[in-house]
Design a protein around this ligand. Structure first.
Ligand code: PLP
Length: 407
């Protein structure tokens, strides 16, 4: 008899974005004339930078010719891309990361979801609330939690991100083994200072813990005093893994390219207390279960680091940040409190009411889709997330409609 992994039964019935999609579809069916503006899901809307398109085309042409054709590539990614990443994203900021510590993949979603399988079932995990749901759900699937009760899974140490702590969680009082952090944060848009991040690194070092640092939104950081990488913090190489993605930095959500940084010193322990290199384990996993990102996509990603590409990606990010700024100004003028939107494409708004009610109100009365904060965790209750990923004209129109309703 084939038996099922019953941990899946503990998962909450429906994934947040499919719930939203259902409500939007129902609204659209009843209101076919309304032009719904989507500021919900964090998907980019602008085309790929020209430098990437040029490199992409060129690489596709290479695939047509026997002499330049490429079949299976290295599972960890081509050296040309790993080198470009190491130099531009890390070494240029004083972070000591080398090309062979970078694992190119088809998404930070897969990597943040898959990494937990390197660790035993009985570790204690700390997860922020609210949170990007992948960290939590993949640990539920792996059997590291009890049941969902009163909005939370048993067995998880939740790191509350609230207005009181500026949406930067405090170090837990109890001892934890695996810590998920994400800055700039999805969904709150908050950022972390170097001093605050250093406290987490010190905690991990003192407790033989590991930090999984999701920096998928680092490209939105404009305040140069903020860390873009956890490896800008002294001592992080032994206790941190970082996830990055070209999805938001260069519009690759549909093209798919990301990478995970696992320093050689990064360590975990076996039941006898013997130290193991996580790099070796991740490499083994990656080579066994993944066969590399396509050659043209990696060439397109490499082009992000060309002079032309750098300029174009900055422009892309500035475009979305201009949208974010408009949203912040309008929300402030309406007298609502918010966080994010400065070094992040997300604006986290205190709706002063049930977050699904607020979602429904914006959808039904303004034809604007946001994301209800409660979908990201119980601390998200009362909040909504508005994303800056849309055209400036659409954001302007959405904010005009919202202002009309909320004034
Ligand atoms: N990490 C965070 C915090 C995200 O918000 C997202 C996507 O929205 C991802 C990772 C996924 O990135 P990718 O497109 O590389 O899978």
């Amino acid at each position: 008899m084939i038996t099922i992994n019953e941990n899946y039964l503990k998962l909450q019935a429906s994934y947040l974005f499919s719930d939203i999609a259902k409500r939007v579809a129902a609204f659209q069916e009843n209101n076919p004339e309304t032009d719904v503006i989507k500021l919900g899901i964090g998907d980019v809307t602008k085309g790929l930078p020209q430098a990437c398109i040029k490199a992409f085309h060129q690489a596709v042409d290479e695939m047509a010719d026997d002499s330049s054709f490429r079949g299976y590539g290295p599972e960890q990614g081509y050296d040309f891309l790993r080198e470009a990443i190491a130099v531009n994203d890390f070494q240029s900021r004083g972070a000591d990361i080398s090309a062979d510590e970078i694992f190119v993949s088809d998404g930070a979603k897969c990597d943040t979801g898959n990494i937990q399988e390197l660790f035993t079932e009985d570790i204690t995990i700390a997860i922020p609330d609210p949170v990007y749901p992948v960290y939590l759900d993949t640990n539920v699937m792996a059997g590291r939690t009890g049941h969902f009760d009163n909005g939370r899974y048993e067995g998880i140490v939740y790191l509350n991100s609230t207005q009181e702590n500026g949406f930067v969680p405090s170090i837990p009082k109890e001892k934890v083994d695996l810590i998920y952090l994400c800055f700039p944060n999805n969904p709150t848009g908050s950022t972390i200072s170097k001093d605050e991040l250093k406290k987490w690194v010190d905690y991990a070092r003192d407790n033989k813990a590991l930090i999984l640092f999701d920096a998928a939104y680092e490209a939105f950081i404009r305040d140069d005093s903020l860390p873009k990488s956890i490896f800008e913090i002294e001592g992080a190489r032994e206790v941190a893994i970082e996830f990055r993605s070209f999805s938001k930095s260069a519009g690759f959500t549909g093209t798919r390219c990301a990478f995970t940084v696992v320093p050689k010193e990064c360590r975990a322990y076996d039941s006898q207390g013997v130290i193991h290199q996580i790099h070796e384990f991740w490499n083994r996993r990656h080579c066994t279960k993944f066969n590399g990102v396509s050659y043209p996509v990696q060439r397109a990603a490499e082009a992000v680091y060309s002079e032309e590409g750098k300029g174009q990606t900055v422009e892309l990010i500035q475009y979305y940040l201009r949208n974010a700024n408009l949203i912040c100004n309008e929300i402030e003028a309406l007298g609502y409190q918010y966080d994010g939107g400065k070094n992040s494409p997300y604006i986290w708004i205190d709706g002063r009411r049930d977050s699904w009610d607020f979602f429904d109100m914006l959808l039904n009365e303004a034809g604007v889709v946001c994301t209800p904060g409660a979908g990201f965790g119980s601390c998200g209750e009362g909040y909504i997330r508005i994303s800056a990923f849309n055209s400036y004209e659409n954001v302007e129109e959405a904010m005009r409609r919202i202002a009309e309703k909320l004034k």
